[in-house]
Design a protein around this ligand. Structure first.
Ligand SMILES: Nc1ncnc2c1ncn2[C@@H]1O[C@H](COP(=O)(O)OP(=O)(O)O)[C@@H](O)[C@H]1O
Ligand SMILES: [Mg+2]
Length: 216
């Protein structure tokens, strides 16, 4: 099987708390995989293990064959993370938020300007590009965070709770954007505590009733 991402028997502890307990899963290129579970199930921890922000106590993670710890650069080039908390700057415009991110993370700033425009248009934010984010709705901020994660054109996107706190209309817009990116070949891992979201959005779901455990 073609594999974009794999976790093999991954365990992550915080002191005595086992946040992720022997989780195994594989994500195929081009699919949207859901991590579904209640608060505290270990979803965010799992996404951070994939990016290399956290290191497991045991087990192995591979991103297109690369290790997040020994091959961090290769992994970061291939992954875009949209974090659970939308950590954008409310006093900056959409464009300035993207430039700030690009200055920190993108190698080729010349190529990035054109990409910013394309992504802001794609996310239907181009008309609002000069507005400060404090004037944006929750859904618009999530779309900007998605545009930011796509700046370096990674094949894999990790989207932590895409529509938490987003109104109904905004949820449908975000889902449509994720689906169209999937149609363009992107692979997604999406965490959610919302069964409806998992049902609408995901091709396959890893369900965690309490904590993320061994899964197929
Ligand atoms: N940095 C940390 N230090 C200690 N405990 C943590 C840390 N991060 C997460 N946890 C704990 O690990 C468990 C899983 O958290 P998390 O992955 O955020 O769950 P979810 O995203 O599914 O809500 C929770 O009990 C949480 O309190
Ligand atoms: Mg979380």
């Amino acid at each position: 099987m073609d594999v974009a991402l794999s976790l093999d028997n991954v365990t992550c502890r915080f002191g005595k708390l086992v946040a992720v307990d022997g989780l195994s899963l594989q994500v195929r290129p081009g699919e949207v995989l859901g991590l579904l579970g209640p608060n505290g199930a270990g979803k965010t921890t799992t996404l951070h293990l994939i990016t290399g922000l956290l290191r497991p106590d045991s087990g192995d993670v591979r991103v297109l064959g690369y290790s997040p710890w020994t091959e961090a650069r290769q992994v970061r080039q291939r992954i875009g993370l949209v974090p659970q908390e939308t950590n954008v700057y409310d006093d900056l415009s959409a464009l300035d938020n993207l430039w700030h991110h690009a200055a920190l993370y993108c190698d080729n700033l010349d190529a990035v300007a054109g990409r910013m425009e394309a992504l802001l248009r794609l996310m239907e934010l181009w008309e609002r590009r000069a507005d400060r984010l404090r004037t944006y709705s929750g859904g618009m901020k999530r779309r900007l965070a998605l545009a930011r994660a796509l700046l370096h054109d990674p094949p894999i996107i990790l989207f932590d709770e895409p529509t938490l706190g987003v109104d109904v209309q905004g949820r449908h817009v975000l889902w449509a954007h994720i689906k169209s990116l999937q149609a363009q070949g992107k692979t997604f891992v999406v965490s959610t505590n919302d069964m409806n979201e998992a049902d609408v959005l995901c091709d396959r779901v890893v369900f965690a009733s309490h904590r993320l455990r061994r899964c197929g």
